[in-house]
Design a protein around this ligand. Structure first.
Ligand SMILES: [Zn+2]
Length: 434
């Protein structure tokens, strides 16, 4: 039998033994405390789980490495949409529950579950929180030269969709959690937040924010790919759908209609020269905008009565999204309607924050030089998780080259995953010191 596909029956039945169902209700949303007994579909899904390791659930056995966990996670197809992260969440929940974490699961869609896992400390200090998402983006149009859901390792790289963005980051902090759970408790809780649905606009983390179930944290690490470089924040994202309406008529008699494509096209042309009159942020640059799609008309011989396009705006701290919409509405005039599709806030922690300074100091020997303040080009769950946790200082720090996220033949260096697990452990230990 191919070891990579051997069923780990003992491991999974041990998981199932550990799991009890306890349900409570928060604001009419069903919340399941701990993972429930493994359903049949998960039992069969485990066919694709690596078995070349010993279960941590058989007491006294080794903890799976961050790389092993990454491989397991990559084998769950969680392309979003539709996401269907439930099996992946069940797997993570079972690991953490057995290690001694309290695990709460929150369902916000069909087969979509986010997890909040807490390793209780002895008290006296606010929790440290690690966050990441379990969904991945589509494979894209280009053919892959590797199997995207196998988690194969070649020449020190693990290949597959989500290896970089960001199942390796989740795996690294889960591994850290398993290790620290086996030791006497520190002063602070360690909270791991694993959300479904980030790629479409932080839906999963916003759901947790709306439920109000996250603790007030003292520090937050978002494990998105930064090649393990500590990054202080990122711009926000405001995605808008802009629609022009008109009146349809036969294409041979355009004078009887009102062409919506012309209206939308005029608006797009104006946008090319639009500039937000806001001074740039020294770290994150300027607010930018890009028209990403344009759709109009149904057939060639009709006057189109509807046309629409989308704008991706990336905003710097202090540039309010309601002001951006008002500015655009004024600039584009009454010919178009503006509708918000995604609205996620910018996040930026000051470089002189004491915890940031502490982490920078911890990172200096690893990097060979003191980290410099940097921002990430993309947005992350920090947009929702940081405010939901009381706006603690937040760093984006995770394995994987950010340039490889969403790419064909995505991969992550194994060494970087193991390094990330060590870095998280160092950060968590330091935070949890009395
Ligand atoms: Zn990501």
């Amino acid at each position: 039998m191919d070891g990579a596909f051997q069923i780990t029956t003992d491991w999974w039945s041990a998981c199932a033994r550990q799991m009890l169902l306890k349900t409570r209700t928060i604001e009419d949303k069903q919340v399941t405390r701990t993972a429930k007994r493994l359903p049949a579909d998960l039992i069969s899904a485990k066919n694709s789980i690596a078995s070349d390791r010993i279960s941590p659930l058989d007491s006294g056995m080794s903890i799976p490495s961050a790389t092993d966990i990454t491989r397991d996670l990559v084998r769950f197809n969680t392309i979003n949409p539709p996401g269907h992260e439930k099996l992946c969440s069940d797997y993570l929940g079972a690991l953490l529950l057995d290690a001694g974490f309290e695990v709460d699961s929150y369902q916000y869609g069909d087969e979509r579950i986010s997890l909040v896992a807490r390793l209780a400390g002895t008290g006296g200090k606010k929790p440290i929180c690690f966050g990441g998402h379990t969904d991945v983006v589509t494979l894209g149009n280009q053919a892959w030269s590797v199997e995207p859901f196998a988690g194969d390792i070649v020449d020190g790289r693990i290949y597959g969709r989500g290896t970089c963005d960001m199942k390796s980051g989740v795996a690294a902090f889960v591994h850290m959690g398993l290790r620290l759970a086996a030791e006497p408790r520190g002063a602070a809780d360690i909270v791991l937040v694993m959300v479904a649905g980030e790629e479409t606009g932080c839906d999963g983390s916003k759901h947790l924010q709306d439920l109000g179930v996250l603790p007030e944290a003292g520090a937050m690490v978002i494990a998105e790919p930064t090649s393990n470089y500590p990054v202080l924040g990122h711009r926000g994202a405001l995605w808008l759908n802009v629609t022009a309406h008109g009146k349809t008529a036969h294409g041979s008699m355009p004078q009887l209609g009102d062409n919506a494509v012309y209206k939308a096209a005029r608006a797009v042309s104006k946008l090319e020269n639009f500039g937000f009159n806001v001074p740039p942020d020294s770290l994150l640059g300027s607010t930018t905008h890009n028209v990403g799609t344009f759709h109009g008309g149904i057939n060639i011989n009709s006057v189109p009565d509807r046309a629409s396009f989308t704008i991706d705006i990336r905003s710097i701290p202090g540039h309010r999204h309601d002001e951006i919409i008002a500015d655009l509405a004024r600039y584009l005039g009454g010919d178009v309607e503006i509708e918000t599709v995604v609205d996620v806030a910018p996040v930026l922690t000051k470089a002189d924050d004491p915890w940031v300074r502490d982490v920078f100091e911890l990172m200096t020997p690893r990097l060979g030089t003191a980290p410099e303040p940097r921002g990430a080009p993309y947005f992350t769950d920090a947009s929702a998780l940081t405010p939901a946790c009381g706006n603690p200082p937040t760093l984006i720090l995770g394995p994987g080259d950010m340039a490889l996220a969403h790419q064909t033949d995505e991969y992550c260096d194994v060494a970087m995953i193991e390094d990330a697990a060590e870095i998280y452990e160092t950060i968590a230990r330091r935070w949890c010191e009395a």
